[in-house]
Design a protein around this ligand. Structure first.
Ligand code: URA
Length: 197
């Protein structure tokens, strides 16, 4: 059940994790999902990006960040010459779509967390990017609003992390003026790029 932790190291590789994940019934989201959304990108990527949870299109296709938010995320990554197939590994806090795209509950996050921890352990990225407050709170336990902390380098289990705006937030705030969310995101992604080189 969802309250029983996933023991670290049980999956020999990411492919096996994916297979287990796609049969998961650890929480109630398994009853309403169409597809489990495990990951996209490279299993050896230097940058691991964590979203909140699948939306409708992700649920339908079984691939993270393929909708409007995902298209913007790709544009942002490509703007600093990150190859979205080789330079990043993209996943979510919860692997199944919450109904009506509501924020995942504490129980759903807890039930799914072991998958994320094993993804991080096996990808072993140089940098983890947390998109939005839900991802930041779920992994690091940091409850700050994202505007306060985005762009700050943080450490989690000896790993370099940075919280950034969620692309859906940027879609609701289209200004590119100096100091705008989009402008700040551009600063943040350039700082990430500089660290990866
Ligand atoms: N938003 C997310 O947080 N994750 C996705 O996969 C898609 C949209």
């Amino acid at each position: 059940s969802g309250s029983v932790p996933i023991p670290p190291g049980i999956y020999p590789d990411l492919e096996t994790l994916g297979t287990h994940c796609r049969g998961c019934v650890r929480c109630d989201l398994s009853e309403t999902r169409t597809n489990v959304v495990v990951s996209r990108g490279s299993p050896t990527a230097p940058v691991l990006i964590i979203g909140e949870g699948p939306g409708q299109q992700e649920d339908e296709q079984g691939v993270p960040f393929v909708g409007k938010s995902g298209q913007l995320l790709e544009k942002i990554l490509e703007s600093v010459r990150f190859n979205t197939e080789t330079d990043v590994y993209i996943c979510n806090i919860v692997k199944c779509r919450p109904p009506e795209n509501r924020v995942p509950t504490t129980a759903e996050v807890a039930a799914c967390k072991g998958y994320l921890l094993e993804q991080i352990r096996m990808v072993d990225p140089k940098i983890i990017l947390l998109t939005g407050a839900t991802a930041l709170k779920a992994l690091l336990g940091v409850k700050s609003g994202i505007s306060k902390v985005r762009g700050q380098w943080m450490e989690w289990e000896g790993r370099l992390c940075m919280p950034i705006f969620h692309p859906a937030y940027l879609l609701r705030n289209p200004s590119r003026d100096k100091g705008s969310p989009k402008w700040l995101m551009w600063q943040d992604i350039q700082a990430v790029r500089a660290k990866v080189n």
